[in-house]
Design a protein around this ligand. Structure first.
Ligand code: NAD
Length: 479
């Protein structure tokens, strides 16, 4: 029986005043699991007005008061981990035991980190050349944020904005995709339990139209966007003068050098393409292997691929679930067909798997000798695919890794420290991971795109959510 959900609007649980609902189906079973009400323009406006009103007062809360609020939210989230994780698997498709539970188990960390950060967010006393002047800086909140987020980590990505956003004294209106909003709505019960002021946080599920209404709304001061570079470009052209954090696409280039621990490299690159069925911004989407070790690497990777268990995301033995949606599955189909046409060799997988309740289950796919002009090499695929490219030497490997307009997270496998630094100096990526998967992730990690790339900007740290104000006092001009 499908659940009729309410949205979290201006501190109330309500179906809103919209006339449409979105029917949500589970990618794992195909079952109709929920109906999500779609907000009207009036609902969006009401959320923005409530956020402005609440933030007017909240900005005066002390850092200690805000930290205490965040601790209360973290406690309430921790009490509901299993149910939120269950809903996330139901609507998103990622394995419950292998991924969803661990993902949600650290959901409270976003609030705890922010609570610690805000207590240590100090301003400065700036030296002046004028003997009568005293100069100070303060971290002020930015105002009201719209957090527009994707479906691949539908619960935790919004928290990257809500946690530090609240800590810094902002209001946040979150807009998750309607088809993966239930888990976040379930988590939002923690805001009520913790005593978050009404209207300070709203959750308005919807599609691009709801996102666009927020992006162009005069009452929104800043946009926190996580999604594709294509949508990001559109948002940037529409948002006018607003602050922004833009977390966009990646392609996770991974270089395996001649002195790498090949077992670790094979296991962790397969993990990087398999985790969340490859639907991760920093998934391993291109493995550049030095030619002399190519055959050995491929043989070892195949052994790890054999151990992948594609199946029901609620089954304890499953390590890879279905893809979340048809556009992603179609992109996989297109990229595999294109690679074949261009002469690459599909070593395993390459098609949707038979015998499952939906056609979103995709076989893990490894493609060898991928030409650089293949779609799977040029674009972000966002599916369970491991494309292998070989390079003559380190110089060629770095050149191949650099032929992309994306620069989010890269990895290098090497046993020599000088090579680790050599590569890190030359790779244009916000993070370079040495001897682990591109999918390495910690809530503490400053994470984001390298400057000048289409992966975006911002690092998700509390500074992103503050505005530096300078105060100058003249101690001479007094009565
Ligand atoms: P998407 O760009 O299609 O959608 C992202 C969000 O933007 C959704 O909420 C969507 O409804 C909204 N949106 C769509 N059109 C809009 C518009 N015109 N105005 C305002 N909002 C609009 O991305 P997706 O398919 O949901 O997610 C996958 C993408 O997200 C991948 O490219 C992935 O790399 C990226 N991603 C990046 C990070 C990161 O931290 N850098 C993390 C996760 C995902």
């Amino acid at each position: 029986m499908a659940r009729d959900l309410d949205i979290y609007l201006a501190g109330e649980w309500t179906p809103g005043t919209g006339t449409e609902t979105r029917e949500v189906r589970s990618p794992g079973s195909g079952e109709h699991i929920a109906n999500v009400p779609l907000a009207s323009a009036g609902d969006i406006d009401r959320a923005v007005r409530a956020a402005r009103h609440a933030q007017d007062d909240f900005r005066h809360w002390t850092a200690i008061e805000r930290a205490a609020l965040l601790h209360r939210i973290a406690d309430a989230v921790a009490d509901n981990i299993e149910e939120i994780a269950r809903i996330q698997t139901l609507e998103q498709g990622k394995p419950y035991h292998e991924e969803s539970l661990a993902d949600i188990a650290e959901a409270n960390q976003y609030f705890l980190n922010a609570a610690e950060d805000v207590k240590r967010l100090t301003g400065s006393v700036i030296p002046t050349s004028d003997r009568n002047k005293r100069m100070f800086t303060f971290h002020r909140p930015v105002g009201v944020w719209a957090a527009i987020t994707p479906w691949n980590f539908p619960v935790t990505i919004p928290l990257e904005y809500i946690g530090p956003g609240l800590a810094a004294g902002n209001a946040v209106i979150a807009k998750p995709p309607d088809f993966t909003a239930w888990g976040l709505l379930e988590l939002a019960k923690a805001f009520d339990a913790a005593g978050v002021p009404k209207g300070l946080v709203s959750i308005i599920p919807g599609g691009g139209d709801v996102g666009e209404a927020l992006v162009t709304h005069d009452g929104i001061d800043a946009i926190g966007f996580t999604g594709s570079s294509t949508t990001g470009r559109r948002i940037l052209s529409q948002m006018g003068i607003k602050r922004s954090v833009m977390e966009m696409s990646g392609n996770g280039p991974t270089i395996v050098t001649e002195d790498a621990n090949l077992d670790a490299a094979a296991e962790l690159t397969v993990f990087g393409a398999r985790y969340n069925a490859g639907q991760v911004c920093c998934a391993t989407e291109k493995v550049i292997v030095l030619e002399s070790i190519h055959d050995e690497f491929v043989a070892r990777a195949l052994r790890h691929i054999e151990r992948i268990v594609l199946g029901d995301p609620f089954d304890e033995t499953t390590t890879m679930g279905p893809l979340n949606n048809q556009p992603t599955a179609h992109k996989m189909d297109r990229h595999v067909a294109d690679a074949k046409e261009r002469g690459a060799t599909v070593l395993t997988g390459g098609k949707r798997a038979a015998g499952f309740p939906t056609d979103l289950y995709y076989e893990f796919t490894m493609i060898d000798r991928v030409p650089e002009d293949a779609l799977v090499s040029r674009e972000e695929t966002f599916g369970p695919v491991l494309p292998i490219v070989s390079a003559r030497d380190d110089e060629e490997a770095i050149a191949i890794a650099g032929r992309s307009d994306l620069g989010l997270q890269a990895a290098v496998f090497t046993s020599s420290l000088d090579k680790a630094f050599w590569y890190t100096d030359r790779i244009r990526a916000g993070t370079v991971v040495i001897n682990d998967s591109t999918d390495f992730w910690e809530t503490f990690q400053p994470f984001g795109g390298a400057a000048g790339t289409a992966s975006g900007w911002g690092r998700g740290t509390i500074d992103d959510f503050t505005d530096l104000q300078t105060m100058v006092i003249d101690i001479g001009n007094v009565q």
